[in-house]
Design a protein. Structure first.
Length: 275
């Protein structure tokens, strides 16, 4: 056998092995949508669930009214949070755009679903939407304020993205609504080793754990899934593909090095002895 034949054979072997790595045809999302065709027939995904207040939530509550000075006592500040008995909480997370967001004040909902609000005292907000909680506090503030207006937001409405993504982590969602695609975008998208056909969404609901599996290559599967719209504290996990497992298998890498060395040695021997 000529040296060039040995080298060519070795190259073919190496290419065959390397071909088992990531293939570009598996990297694109929505592969079932025809190129160059506008498809408006996709079904609408399940509507996003309106979150309700639960124990351990952290709420930002601001109060305004016709008399700003009178409303000031109902608003938290670093100078008065301790003196009037606010229940505060501090947490650092990532906001919608990936920047660090520091929250030093907020009402921590206790295990009974209540908060301690200035003058009003203990208020049970568990099970209420933000709009319902706002209306409740506004009505109870009428004896103290003229034209009270209450605004409530979650400070700890967050989702977590793990696995084969560029920037895994926990992200706070300011508007309390986020899709799976947006969550992956916040995490920098999947790496080339992410398993796109089986993305997991782990959800705690009513004391039970639900697991959704979504094929990102299939738009119909994605957009109609009840897990397309994420909910508070959802965990998204992108599994590694076989290519990732292959690349991290040190035994395989070592074997390839040995094969390459043998091929090189055979080529040298063949050249010297003119086989």
């Amino acid at each position: 056998m000529k040296p060039t034949h040995l080298i060519n054979a070795g190259g073919i072997i190496l290419l065959f092995i390397l071909a088992s790595c990531a293939s570009t045809k598996h990297l694109a999302y929505f592969q079932n949508i025809s190129q160059g065709v506008n498809d408006t027939s996709e079904a609408i995904a399940t509507a996003p669930v309106i979150p309700v207040i639960e124990p351990d939530d952290i709420l930002m509550i601001s109060v305004t009214g016709a008399n700003p000075a009178a409303a000031a006592i109902f608003n938290q500040s670093s100078s008065n949070s301790t003196s009037i008995g606010f229940t505060g909480a501090s947490t650092t997370t990532e906001d919608l755009y990936g920047r660090a967001a520091q929250y030093t004040l907020g009402y921590l909902v206790d295990k009974k679903g209540t908060i301690n609000f200035p003058l009003l005292g203990t208020q049970n907000l568990q099970g209420l939407t933000l709009v319902q909680a706002q209306d409740t506090l506004q009505n109870r503030l009428l004896p103290y304020l003229k034209d009270p207006l209450v605004n409530i937001r979650f400070l700890n409405y967050k989702i977590t993205v793990l696995g084969e993504v560029e920037r895994p982590g926990t992200f706070t969602i300011p508007n309390q609504q986020v899709t799976l695609l947006q969550a992956l975008g916040m995490a920098g998208d999947m790496t080339i080793f992410g398993k796109r056909v089986n993305v997991l969404v782990i959800r705690e609901k009513d004391g039970k754990r639900e697991i959704g599996r979504i094929d990102m290559n299939n738009s119909k599967s994605l957009f109609t899934s009840p897990f397309y719209y994420l909910q508070q504290n959802d965990i998204v996990y992108v599994q590694p593909s076989r290519a990732k497992l292959w690349n991290t298998d040190q035994t395989t890498v070592r074997n390839i090095s040995i094969v390459a060395s043998i091929i090189s040695a055979l080529a040298v021997v063949a050249t010297v002895f003119r086989l």
